[in-house]
Design a binder for this molecule. Structure first.
Ligand code: NAI
Length: 240
């Protein structure tokens, strides 16, 4: 898919990877970009940076009603929904059940809510695209939090199911599997888990959100299912 003239929703777009995607989609000529985030101030700043073709919406992606409302955009029906918001936390065996549940709600159920919100109207209009931000942590052994890795593996499994189930109805699904991208989340993970850049990514290479956005634009155009900003994650997954 090409983003030009398309209506795009990006969750978690107030910062990091989501912000990078929203800015790049606008630069590629999207007809409208919905900048959705729990952080209303941050989302408003990103929408302002883009200008008239963007609108900021405060959303908690763990609320089905709030995600459903994102489908009603001032620009028209959604062509591309990027379910990108995510959280880390939980650490290991000592993580309380409540923490597992909140990670599951934000990192997995949000994708289910997005699919429910847009797939029926996409099918009615002949097709559409979903891009779900998962993580290399759902594919390969990574240091860090157990609940995070588990929810990201579940998110990948859900995206695979969606892709297979709705392919015949014109719905494309892609999963973005980043690793080691310079954002607030990465800084927090490094600090809390005492990780080094080398531990986050074997090559020690840390990417910028703008690099990820470039890989996403290429991946969407090629209609790839897996979009890997880090070539070595792609290589690992290929061998798996
Ligand atoms: P970030 O912390 O910079 O951005 C996450 C955004 O999601 C924030 O703006 C935050 O306000 C928003 N958010 C959090 N909970 C929310 C909720 N309940 N409802 C709506 N918005 C909410 O982090 P980053 O790195 O940009 O993360 C984006 C996605 O990329 C996440 O799904 C993350 O798991 C994934 N990811 C990031 C990697 C990295 O190296 N930075 C590696 C692998 C995956």
């Amino acid at each position: 898919m090409r983003v030009q003239d398309k209506v795009v929703v990006v969750t978690g777009a107030a910062s990091g990877i989501g912000r990078g995607l929203a800015l790049r989609f606008a630069a590629e000529g999207a007809a409208g970009v919905v900048v959705a985030d729990l952080d209303e101030v941050g989302a408003t700043a990103v929408a302002k940076e883009i200008g008239a073709r963007a609108v900021a919406v405060q959303v908690d992606v763990s609320s089905e009603a709030q995600v459903a409302a994102l489908a009603d955009t001032p620009f028209g029906p959604v062509d591309l929904f990027c379910s990108n918001a995510g959280i880390i936390g939980g650490h290991g065996l000592d993580a309380p059940d409540q923490e597992w549940s909140s990670l599951y709600a934000v990192n997995v159920l949000s994708h289910v809510y997005a699919a429910r919100a847009v797939i029926p109207s996409m099918i009615a209009r002949g097709g559409g695209h979903l891009l779900n931000t998962c993580s290399a942590a759902g594919l390969i052994s990574c240091p860090g939090d157990a609940p995070y890795a588990v929810t990201k593996a579940a998110a990948i499994a859900f995206a695979e199911w969606l892709a297979i189930h709705y392919a015949s109805k014109g719905i494309k699904v892609s999963v973005l599997c980043p690793q080691g991208v310079r954002t607030a989340m990465l800084e927090r993970g490094i600090e809390e888990d005492h990780l080094t850049a080398k531990a986050v990514n074997a090559s020690g290479a840390i990417l910028d959100p703008a690099d990820v956005a470039t890989t996403v634009i290429e991946g969407l155009a090629a209609e790839r299912f897996h979009i890997f900003p880090h070539p070595e994650v792609a290589e690992y997954a290929r061998r798996k």
